[in-house]
Design a protein around this ligand. Structure first.
Ligand code: SIN
Length: 291
């Protein structure tokens, strides 16, 4: 990676729309929206709702399935001079294993991110990420079926995230990304109805940043593998907080919807911050919070 900044899966599609607005080659990596074995229609609308300092989503992992992704989206993504990470989700261990086997055969993939943290689907998703035993099993199943760098994306909807981080590390994860969204709910005060068709959804944006920083800090005390910090990052100083907490890279999600140039602004802002503070390498601030 030429820098430690990438999009958070699901907020950037395959990059097609953003490629008309920004220079994708400036990014540290490209992370595709979650892909599953078979196409998924997703949840009933409305699927998005703005809330104070963030938004709720309940997309339900809508996607066209791995075959379509590898035929239509991946070829577009790999044209850029940027490593491509494919994010996958399954309903069972075997589905995660099969996805890993299929992706392992594809030339030009730089890594696989396991989504074991989607709060909006009934089978799979968060169920795998909320139990250290299941998180370990799904990571082991993926590990057994791919040689590619393996990133496991954790949910914040757990009591002890360090325990889950240790479980996936011992099962062979090469890196951890955190956090996915927090389960939330919003109600229309005129109709008395929930603002999302799925009733609940995942909260993202600045509202969750302090929780994400705290969890990155906790996980950084517990495991030695690299951490990708995610959660409400909107500018370079937000990213710096994650590095100080122990992240070695960051992913930007909701802020891309407000300003599609957020990530390139963060890359420039990080460079300016390091120069201003007299550092020559981002590694000099990683984990350097003074507690
Ligand atoms: C969704 O598709 O519902 C969101 C994806 C996620 O939270 O992992």
């Amino acid at each position: 990676m030429k820098n430690p900044v990438m999009p958070a899966s699901g907020t950037f599609g395959a990059g097609r729309e953003y490629s008309e607005l920004m220079d994708i080659n400036r990014l540290g990596a490209l992370v595709a929206k979650t892909v599953t074995l078979k196409p998924r229609d997703g949840n009933i609308p409305p699927r998005l709702c703005e809330v104070s300092s963030g938004m709720l989503n309940s997309i339900g992992l809508q996607n066209e399935g791995i075959d379509h992704f590898l035929k239509h989206d991946f070829p577009f993504m790999k044209e850029f001079d940027v490593p491509v990470i494919i994010n996958i989700a399954g309903n069972s261990l075997e589905e995660y294993a099969q996805l890993c086997r299929e992706i392992d055969r594809v030339e030009g993939v730089s890594g696989i991110e396991l989504n074991i943290s989607c709060p909006n689907i009934k089978a799979g998703g968060i169920a795998f990420g909320a139990s250290s035993k299941l998180a370990e099993q799904v990571t082991a199943a993926a590990r057994y079926n791919t040689q590619l760098p393996l990133i496991v994306k954790l949910t914040p909807n757990v009591y002890n995230i360090s325990k889950i981080a240790r479980a996936v590390t011992s099962a062979g994860a090469d890196a951890i990304s955190l956090i996915n969204t927090m389960v939330g709910m919003s109600i229309d005060t005129n109709t008395f109805k929930p603002n999302l068709g799925n009733i609940t959804g995942g909260l993202s944006g600045p509202a969750i940043k302090p929780i994400a920083v705290r969890m990155v800090w906790e996980v950084a005390q517990s495991v030695k593998i690299p951490i990708i910090g995610i959660g409400g990052i909107s500018n370079a100083l937000d990213a710096v907080e994650f590095f100080l907490a122990g992240a070695t890279a960051v992913a930007v999600g909701t802020a891309n919807f407000i300003n599609p140039l957020t990530m390139t602004d963060i890359i420039s802002g990080l460079e300016a911050y390091l120069v201003d503070k007299g550092f020559t390498d981002i590694g000099q601030i990683i984990g350097k919070v003074k507690t």
